[in-house]
Design a protein around this ligand. Structure first.
Ligand code: CDP
Length: 212
């Protein structure tokens, strides 16, 4: 069983996918972390995330340690992630890893929950249960500021909002695997819903897709 949850930044995908994975006992893959790690690796080597050769090299050389790198949750990592994510050859390298995860979820889990932008449209197009979370940019920026502050990072609302819009624009307009809901996805606008309500709606949808 594969569940995909896609959508723009700070729409609530992280919390929902963690709860779903815990509920079903499935493995969870935060695919954004892969792009963040590649972006940060390029920056760390003094490179430009828009430089295809540097980004592809970083994607190929990605290690487990890179996925635990400090700074992965920073806004710099997010912005560089959206730059490397627009390079088709980088996406190809990461696609292989993601499909491998779906085919054999770690820990012998019977399913996997994917958190990303294109996991229902491109990575696992035949996933039985697809969700797409969204919310207004202002609500998402408010949530992201709170998250950043909770992790001890100073965050200015106006700047976070601007960076979020910049990433949304790059993610939705790129030629390969743009951010958009799959045709068969349940779209949930979380602007006025709390995490419990989103979780309840998601569970109901998934149960209808995969009875028992
Ligand atoms: O946590 P947040 O939603 O802010 O971002 P993320 O999920 O960590 O993703 C960071 C960036 O990676 C996104 O803005 C996308 O450009 C890229 N990404 C992607 O292209 N495809 C994915 N499946 C996941 C992330």
């Amino acid at each position: 069983m594969i569940i995909t949850v896609d959508g723009p930044a700070a729409a609530g995908k992280g919390e929902l996918t963690q709860r779903l994975a815990a509920h079903f006992g499935y493995a969870r893959l935060d695919t954004g972390k892969l792009y963040r790690a590649v972006g940060l690796k390029v920056l760390g080597a003094g490179g430009d995330p828009e430089d295809e050769a540097a980004a592809v090299e970083a994607a190929r050389a990605l290690t487990g340690d890179d996925l635990e790198a400090p700074g992965l949750r920073s806004e710099d990592a997010a912005l560089s992630a959206s730059k490397v994510a627009a390079i088709p050859a980088v996406r190809d390298v990461l696609l292989e890893f993601q499909r491998g995860f779906a085919a054999a979820p770690p820990g012998g889990a019977e399913g996997a929950v994917f958190d990303g932008r294109d996991t229902g449209t491109v990575v696992i197009p035949d996933a039985p249960a697809k969700l797409f979370l969204t919310a207004s940019p202002e609500v998402r920026a408010t949530r992201r500021v709170k998250q950043l502050q909770e992790q001890g990072t100073e965050a200015i609302y106006g700047r976070v909002l601007q960076e979020l819009k910049e990433r949304d624009a790059r993610d939705t307009s790129r030629k390969v695997a743009p951010l958009k809901p799959a045709e068969d996805a349940l779209v949930i606008d979380t602007s006025h819903l709390d995490a419990d309500a989103v979780y309840a709606a998601a569970l109901e949808f998934i149960s209808a897709k995969a009875p028992d």
